[in-house]
Design a protein around this ligand. Structure first.
Ligand SMILES: Nc1ncnc2c1ncn2[C@@H]1O[C@H](COP(=O)(O)OP(=O)(O)OP(=O)(O)O)[C@@H](O)[C@H]1O
Length: 473
């Protein structure tokens, strides 16, 4: 184009616009693979033959006048009318097919939205194929991850996993089965390693919430400053360093299911009132969002401390205590149900065999008698740990009392031999090491539980462990 006329053309903005629109519409007409129009009520007012054929409709009459979603379930044309905003490029699924679509609102001369038009683009579909393939693959991955998460979030144990046939154990199981029928707060009381988590899982699995998630939080393991975020989640950018994505809290994750609050006695007072509010109202605010989220969650709490004593000392809110304690189940320590030792050993040895794939083992009567003489401060968890180590150290398929010599803490063997006179500091350090190691053994390496057993804070426990490393080669 000569310079003169180009300039004339460029200065005439209205002409350019008109020309561009004519070109666009001419091209669009040959670009799209199908088109559909809905009226203000979201009913199909017009559909072209190409779109009709893609949707598998015999004639236009099968579509005209019907609600758009009845014909195209994933249509967003109604949203376009509601917002008045176009959706210029989107991927829409229709059965097994994936369409790349454009949606525009239709306006009257007065600017009122009177309907919407949707196009399926076709040239672009070809060009966007790698993108569509990636989108489909990502969607499949997401679905698989969601399925995996749901499985992992479900109950890990059933009532049969709570092993024992003593009267005390059967009583516990009877209470648990009853608790499953009632949608009320349950409080599980028992020393560390008595199976509180197993029982909480089992109650969930037997309840009519079984298909929904079972989510656990250990109050002793989450630092006080993080508890609120852990419970209620964090909105994107709620504070400096917060994730740009929403992080759901445990209440949201457990929606429809059961939330297991382990070591509830460690819940700080400030969080106790917040927890009480959620339990009463079944709603909470996600941190940094101000949005109220409604949930339907059943809470099972557990503790190894005397919660009633904490209430008496004013360290645990009595109203929260009553709310959690509608039904109480007391789990007996292992030393009070030693008649279960043989069935427990059988079940645990079977688990060890399944996990490690080594040979099947059984117990000799003297070995059982030796285990029966021990006090088991770490309860069934400690028993499992002791059996596991005996299996590693012994080649025999029948575990004799000897197999436990190097495994059981000193107390069970007694201190018969005369002890040499030693330097006081060295003896004290050795004593510290021994009880620290014993507590860790008793709890299967669980530092929080071991600190509890010794009546130490977590920080002191870590200090002891560090010292232990310094002394022990
Ligand atoms: N009744 C039981 N039957 C079979 N195994 C059990 C039983 N009780 C406990 N265990 C074993 O002990 C381990 C610890 O159990 P669990 O975590 O349920 O105890 P807990 O009371 O919740 O302990 P903590 O108070 O330390 O959290 C389990 O992994 C399981 O191997």
């Amino acid at each position: 184009m000569p310079v003169q006329s180009t300039q004339a053309f460029l200065t005439n903005a209205a002409a350019i616009h008109k020309h561009a629109m004519r070109t666009l519409f001419r091209q669009l007409d040959s670009l799209y693979e199908g088109a559909i129009v809905v009226d203000r009520q979201g009913r199909i007012a017009w559909i072209d033959d190409k779109y009709r054929a893609m949707l598998g409709l015999r004639d236009a009459q099968q579509a005209l006048g019907r609600e758009i979603e009845q014909v195209i379930p994933n249509s967003l044309l109604r949203d376009v009318m509601r917002t008045g905003e176009p959706i210029l490029l989107d991927i829409m699924e229709f059965g097994q097919q994936t369409f790349v679509v454009t949606r525009l609102p239709l306006e009257s001369d007065q600017g009122d939205v009177i309907g919407a038009v949707g196009f399926v683009l076709y040239e672009q579909l070809h060009q966007l194929k790698p993108l569509v393939a990636k989108f489909t693959a990502l969607q499949q991955e997401l679905a698989a991850a969601r399925r995996g998460l749901a499985e992992r979030r479900g109950a890990k144990y059933a009532l049969d996993d709570f092993v024992g046939r003593s009267a005390a154990c059967l009583e516990v199981k009877r209470h648990a089965a009853r608790a499953a029928q009632l949608d009320v707060g349950v409080l599980l009381l028992g020393e560390t390693g008595t199976g509180k988590e197993i029982l909480a899982n089992a109650i969930h699995a037997l309840s009519n919430r079984a298909a929904a998630p079972f989510i656990g939080v250990n109050m002793a393991a989450v630092p006080e400053t993080l508890l609120e975020a852990e419970f209620f989640g964090v909105a994107p950018g709620a504070y400096t360093g917060a994730d740009r994505r929403i992080r759901d809290g445990k209440f949201k994750q457990a929606d429809g299911g059961t939330l297991f609050l382990d070591e509830i006695g460690d819940l700080p007072l400030t969080m106790q009132s917040k927890l009480l509010r959620v339990l009463q109202e079944q709603e909470f605010e996600m941190l940094g969002s101000g949005k109220v989220i409604k949930v339907d969650v059943r809470v099972i709490a557990a503790t190894s401390v005397d919660l009633a004593a904490l209430v008496a000392q004013g360290r645990f809110r009595s109203d929260l205590y009553y709310r959690l304690n509608v039904l109480q189940i007391n789990l007996p320590p292992l030393r009070d149900r030693l008649e279960d030792l043989d069935v427990l050993c059988d079940a645990l040895l079977q688990q060890i065999y399944e996990r490690h794939g080594t040979r099947r083992r059984s117990m000799t009567p003297p070995a059982l008698a030796l285990l029966g003489a021990y006090r088991w401060p770490g309860n069934v968890r400690e028993l499992r740990n002791v059996l596991e180590r005996a299996c590693i150290l012994s080649d025999s398929s029948r575990l004799s009392a000897d197999a436990f010599d190097a495994v059981l803490p000193l107390t069970v063997h007694g201190h018969g031999a005369a002890q040499p006179v030693r330097n006081y500091a060295a003896a004290l350090a050795e004593f510290d090491n021994t009880i620290t190691r014993n507590a860790l053994d008793a709890t299967g390496g669980n530092v929080v539980a071991a600190a509890k057993l010794l009546g130490l804070s977590r920080a002191t426990m870590y200090k002891r462990m560090a010292n232990m490393k310094n002394v022990t080669p």
